[in-house]
Design a protein. Structure first.
Lengths: 510, 368
């Protein structure tokens, strides 16, 4: 009897198990990727996506299970071996040298396989043309935007023969328009027979792009589906399980009198590769959430540093509270004037990793009666920490637990709770739900809305445009250190904000 | 093969067990060393560890040695908590001795109860000023304090030597490089007749208590700890980093200075070139051996003082070189650093562990 001709799957994983001390990162995971298939790997942070892709790329050895490549068992020894097989990977965090050119960076990544620089530059030009990814091989990386840097990483994979391309959260650094362009490229690649493993937690993107999806939850496969036939809601359920509340819509409101006024804030970045702020002006009104969108590295760090008071600005009048200019206020003085701040890095700025939650409550809570005559009121501090834990449902054994041992979402709930419990009149939050699971993100959004409804002015800076549309009452975007016009959220669209993120706007203050 | 595996969370038990383990390993290595030198190891250990403290006089001498080490180490625990690496306790001690002695010599004809406090304060000011130099260099020029404090140690030593050969030399001292003996009002009284134990030990114990309260109860101590653990969190919370660096270094330098003047106004009674056999350096080991915790430092100081005495005893009764003291100190620090790995890592022998078993354990833990 003649076997029907069946091409084996490009990649098959069977029973992959990887254990780290104290946690099973992958628990007997099965996965099939066909040739020319765009396959989504979905899951929340900590679901085991990263570990699984590291297994495929030879960075991590599974404790159990087998890997089949084109139908044959294989033991992928290291990334070089993976590349030889035709597996390419684009990491979420790029590893590029700022002061080297595109070609030099790619040559470094390829090692011996690079060949001489001139023919490599030619190959880069060919590939970038073929797939519609404009890229000049001679430019130095520090002159490139984040989207262009990602192209460097993708082109790096494509200058070699490729059969499977792994992309880890590739859209988190792109404007909506850039996402579309990327998808065009990926679809073209798939048509040519390349398999793509697309790791994401953005459901609408997965539904728009991917043929199949595998969903992970807590290290296990919790579902498989054809994304086109599912709703975002049903996929989200597979990701989070039945118990977790998935976020809802919030009513939009108009703010009252402005609390924070920024006028012509101009600042030269201290980082040689940073972004200079140019004439930033905006108001944050009491009782509203102002959202500032933008791809990372467009001046957010510089703006937030100036607002928190960690970096002094030359022009003290540029930042105003109702009481007057505060540009020369230290972070402590700004806190005393009613400001609270949630930084982007929750471990290592928002909280001290090796201190207990109780001590971390004192870290910024010291102005609200936890210290009297230089002595710490330990009882009050513990009570304050326990209140935060209770009210914001922080999952922790006790207030003596070290901050470092909490999950990202739980720690973020604690930090936001700590800031909100001090009844700030102004809350500035940077990327408040970055890397946080859906349940925690919903809780954080609710807490912010609640604070808004109590009359506080809230500024949220985020890369997640969907989040900003969900919670902010007015919205604007940062690009190259300039701020777009700011519009009430109902009067604008994701497309318009996307164009702002790409710099297509007239500076309002100019 | 043996593998080191991250624990995931650091072990409190090992944090305290590690110094004990280091002590035991030092003893074992010491015993091996003695037998290689042709000594009976048990007897040799007895000579250096038990014999020195077998009578009241010995215990008193232990306290005489312990006082300056404890003062330096408890001060260092504050700066080290702030992750400011002051290696200059030795220089600060010498400057405390020098400035305090200069003050005592200037007041050589004065009488009254106020003389001693003035002399002691001058000593503390000398040590604090020397540490303040490093603080200034660090906060104003971002100069690395490890380098500046080490260099300041040598400057302090040479200033001291120059002083006793020059301006502070006893005019009636037959040209010996020594100062005149201090007047009685500038001397620290002894605590027990017939021994040399003096008020320095009381100061040291008092300092231990004060620093304990400072670090565990006050907001200043909290800020110092946050600065050390996570400088960017301290900045965001609005703690004044430079001010904290200054305060920590001044405290540490002041206490080292008190140790210095405690020596010259205590057992020595005059300024000599050899105030300290490296107490300031030994204090670094003590501070880490004691986990930067006041209680730990108290115990570690006694051990370190014992090693100093044991070294002398071994020289006298066993004819062994005095380098033994340094060797034991070195071994202790070496083993401590090695054992500290176990705080964050555990030893695993992969051949014995099975992944299925590990999965089962973790699941069991999760289910609980």
């Amino acid at each position: 009897m003649a076997e029907p001709h069946i091409t084996p799957p490009r990649l098959t994983l069977r029973g992959i198990t990887k254990i780290y001390p104290g946690c099973v990162a992958n628990d007997s995971i099965d996965l099939n990727i066909e040739p020319a298939e765009i396959h989504a790997l979905l899951g929340e942070n900590g679901a085991g996506k990263s570990t699984l892709m590291k297994v495929i790329y030879g960075l991590v050895r599974p404790d159990q299970g087998e890997v089949l490549w084109d139908g044959l068992p294989i033991d992928i020894k290291d990334p070089a071996h993976a590349r030889k097989l035709g597996i390419g990977m684009v990491f979420q965090h790029f590893s590029l040298f700022e002061t080297l050119t595109v070609t030099e960076n790619i040559a470094l990544a390829l090692g011996d396989e690079a060949g001489d620089l001139e023919s490599l530059a030619e190959r880069i030009r060919d590939v970038s043309q073929k797939y519609g990814m404009a890229l000049n091989p001679d430019r130095e990386v520090h002159t490139l935007s984040v989207g262009e840097r990602q192209r460097v990483e993708i082109v790096r994979c494509l200058v070699q023969p490729i059969k499977l391309l792994i992309l880890d959260e590739p859209t988190s650094v792109l404007t909506p328009q850039e996402v579309e362009t990327l998808f065009v490229t990926l679809r073209q690649l798939a048509r040519e027979g390349c398999s793509i493993l697309f790791i994401s937690h953005k459901l609408n993107e997965v539904r728009a792009l991917c043929h199949k999806a595998t969903i992970l939850r807590a290290g296990k496969v919790s579902g498989e589906c054809l994304p086109e036939q599912e709703s975002s809601e049903s996929i989200a359920r597979m990701m989070v399980g039945d118990e977790t509340a998935i976020s809802t819509d919030y009513p939009k409101v108009d703010g009252k009198a402005p609390f924070l006024q920024v006028r012509g804030l101009t600042r030269t970045s201290e980082d040689p590769f940073g972004v200079d702020l140019q004439g930033i002006s905006f108001d944050v009104r009491c009782g509203e959430i102002l959202g500032i969108a933008g791809v990372a590295g467009n001046g957010q760090e510089e703006l937030l540093g100036a607002l928190s008071g960690e970096d002094q600005v030359e022009n003290h009048d540029a930042i105003h509270f109702p009481e007057g200019p505060v540009g020369n206020f230290s972070p402590r003085e700004r806190r005393a004037a009613g400001m609270a701040f949630v930084p982007e890095e929750r471990l290592g700025r928002g909280a001290v990793p090796d201190m207990s939650l109780k001590d971390n409550a004192l870290l910024t809570g010291f102005l609200s009666g936890l210290v009297s005559r230089g002595l710490i009121a330990h009882g009050k501090t513990r009570h304050f920490a326990e209140q935060i834990i209770e009210r914001y449902r922080v999952k922790t054994p006790s207030s003596e637990t070290h901050a470092a041992s909490l999950s990202g979402g739980n720690l973020q709930k604690f930090i936001i709770g700590r800031e909100i419990m001090q009844n700030p009149r102004l809350l500035i939050a940077a990327h408040p739900t970055w890397g946080v699971d859906i349940g925690a993100a919903t809780a954080i959004h609710k807490a912010l809305i609640e604070l808004r409804d109590k009359g506080a002015a809230i500024l949220v800076v985020s890369e997640d445009i969907d989040e900003l549309f969900q919670i902010s009452d007015r919205i604007g975007a940062l690009c190259h250190g300039r701020l777009s016009p700011i519009k009430p959220t109902p009067e604008t669209s994701i497309n318009e904000v996307g164009r702002w993120m790409a710099g297509e706007f007239q500076s309002p203050a100019a | 093969m043996i593998k080191l595996e991250p624990r995931g969370q650091h072990s409190k038990l090992m944090a305290w067990l590690s110094p004990v383990l280091a002590g035991v390993l030092t003893l074992i290595s010491g015993a091996i060393l003695f037998s290689l030198l042709g000594q009976d190891p048990l007897e040799a250990l007895h000579t250096i560890l038990i014999l020195p403290v077998s009578d009241v006089y010995g215990v008193a001498e232990l306290c005489v040695k312990a006082a300056p080490i404890m003062l330096c180490a408890i001060g260092l625990s504050v700066v080290f908590k702030a992750k400011v690496w002051n290696i200059g306790a030795e220089g600060q001690l010498l400057m405390g001795g020098l400035i305090g002695s200069a003050c005592a010599l200037a007041l050589i004809d004065a009488e009254g109860v106020w003389v001693l406090p003035v002399v002691l304060l001058a000593g503390m000011a000398g040590g604090a000023a020397w540490a303040g130099l490093a603080a200034w260099l660090k906060t104003a020029f971002n100069a690395n304090e490890i380098l500046t404090t080490i260099m300041l140690n040598y400057i302090a030593l040479n200033l001291l030597i120059w002083s006793v050969h020059g301006p502070l030399k006893d005019p009636d001292g037959f040209n010996f490089p020594e100062s005149a003996m201090f007047s009685d009002s500038a001397l620290l009284p002894t605590l027990i007749d017939g021994t040399r134990i003096h008020w320095g030990m009381v100061f040291a114990l008092f300092a231990v208590v004060v620093i304990w309260v400072l670090m565990s109860r006050t907001f200043l101590g909290f800020q110092v700890k946050v600065l050390g653990l996570d400088a960017s969190a301290a900045r965001l919370a609005g703690f004044r980093e430079k001010r904290l660096v200054w305060i920590a270094l001044l405290i540490s330098g002041g206490l080292a200075g008190l140790a210095g003047i405690g020596e010259t106004a205590g057992p020595l009674g005059q300024l000599v070139p050899q105030i300290s056999p490296g107490y300031g350096y030994a204090a670094i080991i003590v501070a880490f051996l004691g986990r930067l915790h006041p209680l730990g430092i108290l115990l570690a100081t006694l051990l370190m003082a014992l090693i100093y005495m044991g070294g002398e005893m071994a020289q006298i009764t066993l004819g062994l070189p005095v380098a033994l003291t340094g060797l034991f100190q070195g071994m202790l620090l070496f083993y401590l650093l090695a054992c500290d790995v176990l705080i964050n890592f555990r030893i695993r022998i992969p051949a014995l562990a099975k992944p299925e078993a590990a999965v089962a354990t973790i699941k069991e833990e999760a289910a609980r």
